[in-house]
Design a protein around this ligand. Structure first.
Ligand code: ADP
Ligand code: MG
Length: 337
């Protein structure tokens, strides 16, 4: 399962992430013909809807290039796609696996978030994630016995990163899963690609993991909506103006099922193996790099409001909005309200 997903209306709504753009005027550096041009493409990758929107160009091949990148990284980082780097690591039975350098570096980043959060963010949670299988239409609460067994194999210290891009699992039953960080990483790579193609104004939206490149053609910032939890129409509960920034939300309402009147969502507390249950509905992170926003939104969700906020306050160039079950907003000190 990669970016495990219930293809619900809610997810589609989240993916569109309520982006609102006002197009007017034109930039001095763009030709008059293309300055107000807007092209966009929607695709489906890693179990989520992706929408790429470019301003100031009519070159559709750049949109295709973005979709190819999504496909490339899916084939590299998916936990379920046979032959991906992560699949290879998970099926090596404890032997060495040589991976692509990018996979190696992303694992390094994921492990640094794991140690920074003392395991609240855990890239070794695959056995537990697979057991819950939020992807499946028939997802249900696992048995205590199965959960206890899965929890025996989630020690991220058993992911050994050796020299020359070699990865070894010291616990052969451990399953690596990068679903909580990969979309952010991919958004960053798409941003680099767009910059290399001279695109200076774009919105990359990978299932709600958004990067806003540059400014709108009129020079103002993009207005990005933050989804109202559990609102199937996808309306915004608030919005933020950003430029050259990432905005990522992790929320209970993104993937969940109900059993016996209880809602079970996809952000798991590695201490219990159960969905993190700490009064939060969503955590939104503003950051320069989307990889950090993605990792931090999941991390802060598991840490909860108090610990999450103090982590954000001690992280430079990063702001957060926590929404609690009473729909109250809790902002970090520098959040642009
Ligand atoms: P999404 O990918 O749905 O936007 P997140 O970035 O918050 O949301 O990632 C949640 C996904 O990450 C889950 O679906 C699961 O595959 C995985 N995951 C769940 N809990 C954790 C955790 N504590 N640490 C790392 N990965 C997790
Ligand atoms: Mg995340």
């Amino acid at each position: 399962m990669f970016f495990s997903g219930k293809k619900s209306i809610a997810l589609l709504a989240a993916a569109s992430l309520l982006l609102t753009f006002l197009l007017s005027g034109c930039s001095a550096v763009k030709s008059l013909e293309t300055a107000n041009t807007k092209i966009s493409k929607t695709g489906f990758a890693f179990d989520t809807v992706i929408v790429i929107t470019l301003y100031g160009t009519d070159d559709e091949s750049i949109l295709d290039g973005c979709m190819e990148l999504a496909d490339y990284y899916n084939r590299l980082l998916s936990a379920t796609l046979e032959g991906s780097d992560i699949w290879n690591i998970n099926h090596a039975e404890g032997k060495d696996t040589t991976v692509n350098e990018e996979t190696y570096l992303l694992l390094q980043t994921a492990l640094s978030y794991a140690s920074k959060s003392e395991g609240a963010f855990n890239p070794a949670l695959g056995t537990v994630i697979d057991l819950w299988d939020f992807n499946s239409e028939s997802a249900c609460v696992p048995s205590d016995e199965d959960l206890a067994k899965a929890l025996e194999h989630i020690d991220y210290n058993n992911i050994l990163l050796k020299a020359d891009n070699i990865v070894q699992l010291l616990d052969p039953e451990l399953k690596v899963n990068l679903g909580a960080i990969a979309k952010g990483y991919i958004a960053d790579r798409m941003k680099d690609y767009l910059t290399s193609m001279d695109v200076s104004s774009a919105i990359i939206n990978l299932g709600g993991n958004v990067y806003a490149l540059g400014e709108k053609p009129d020079g103002s910032k993009y207005t990005v909506g933050i989804q109202k939890p559990f609102d199937d129409t996808g309306s915004a509960i608030t919005s933020v103006s950003i430029s050259n920034q990432s905005i990522v939300t992790s929320g209970t309402y993104e993937r969940y099922f109900e059993q016996d009147g209880v809602l079970y969502h996809h952000i798991l507390d590695p201490d219990t193996g159960y969905p993190a249950d700490n009064g939060l509905l969503s955590v939104t992170i503003l950051s320069k790099e989307s990889v950090d926003g993605d990792a931090l939104s999941t991390t802060c969700f598991v840490l909860g409001l108090d610990e999450g906020l103090s982590l954000i306050e001690s992280t430079s160039d990063t702001e957060a909005l926590f929404i609690t079950e009473d729909y109250e907003f809790h902002y970090s000190s520098g959040f642009p309200k």
